[in-house]
Design a protein around this ligand. Structure first.
Ligand code: NAP
Length: 252
């Protein structure tokens, strides 16, 4: 059993969408807790390099991979590269996500397709590529980042909430598919968290969300990362198929 603070010592992790925001905080937290980490980004190369430098500064190995998570082929390539260069894979965190909001009577086919391709198929792609590695070694941790809005719906976000609700159902099924090989599959569902995604939100919508939060403040990416590190560790060895909300009580 790992020591608290060295939760994932000696493990190898992939975090998708880890150049910025919540993914960045997760990658840094896993490295701080002892893992070598492969980070992924689509556009923000400089930000990704900065995260890698911090991880290496902690004495951990880091691989930086540019890939659009919606590509099935690229996901397989990244997993293969991680296994080859970092020696194995123990932890898969799917986090990369976007939003393209619009009320249902105005949402375009393109808005729907883009969000589903990145926020839902992107998760399938990486979990599908990681699953055979985890089955072979009879060990693995999958942590998928959804949203509380995948549990309750949200005005103007039919595409986003369909993807997030889909992630929750898909992760429960994976927990059943993979449970007999010592593989834990869980979801973290954040509420409103202070990142660039939220900075881009309409002020009125942000204010409304803020008033729902029982703890009275927006969450920080590190507060999501702490929970991901726990679920990715052997401290959570008897937890699978669960969704843990990190939302300051927003959905309570
Ligand atoms: P963010 O600040 O916008 O960061 C998104 C990250 O995903 C970036 O690193 C971005 O990298 C990457 N990304 C986007 N499209 C990608 C693609 N096609 N392929 C690979 N990487 C891609 O967002 P965030 O707020 O940290 O959100 C992270 C996750 O948490 C998302 O799944 C989001 O839905 C979820 N979430 C966030 C909140 C919140 O309040 N912030 C609440 C609930 C759930 P590039 O810049 O390189 O594209």
């Amino acid at each position: 059993m790992a020591e608290l603070g060295k939760l994932v010592e000696g493990k190898v992790a992939i975090v998708t969408g880890s150049s910025r925001g919540i993914g960045r905080a997760i990658a840094l937290k896993l490295a701080e807790c002892g893992a070598d980490v492969a980070i992924n980004y689509s556009k923000s190369a400089d930000a990704a390099k900065e995260v890698a430098a911090q991880i290496e500064g902690m004495g951990r190995k880091c691989l930086v991979v540019q890939a659009d998570v919606s590509s099935f082929t690229d996901a397989q390539k990244m997993v293969d590269e991680v296994v080859e260069k970092l020696g194995t894979l123990d932890i898969m965190v799917c986090n990369a996500g976007i939003n393209k909001d619009g009320v249902i009577w105005k949402m375009t086919e393109e808005q729907w397709d883009q969000v589903i391709a990145i926020n839902l198929k992107g998760y399938f792609n990486y979990c599908r590529a990681a699953a055979p590695v985890f089955r072979e070694k009879q060990y693995g941790k999958i942590v998928n980042i959804a949203s509380i809005n995948g549990l309750r719906g949200k005005f103007g976000q039919s595409n986003y909430t369909a993807a997030k609700g889909g992630i929750i159902a898909f992760t429960k099924t994976m927990a059943r598919d993979l449970g007999n090989k010592n593989i834990n599959c869980n979801v973290v569902a954040p509420g409103l968290i202070e990142t660039e995604m939220v900075a881009a939100m309409d002020e009125a919508a942000k204010d409304k969300s803020r008033t729902e939060i029982i703890l009275g403040r927006i969450g920080q990416p590190e507060e999501v990362a702490n929970v991901v590190a726990f679920l990715a560790s052997d401290f959570a060895s008897h937890i699978t198929g669960q969704t843990l909300n990190v939302d300051g009580g927003q959905l309570m």
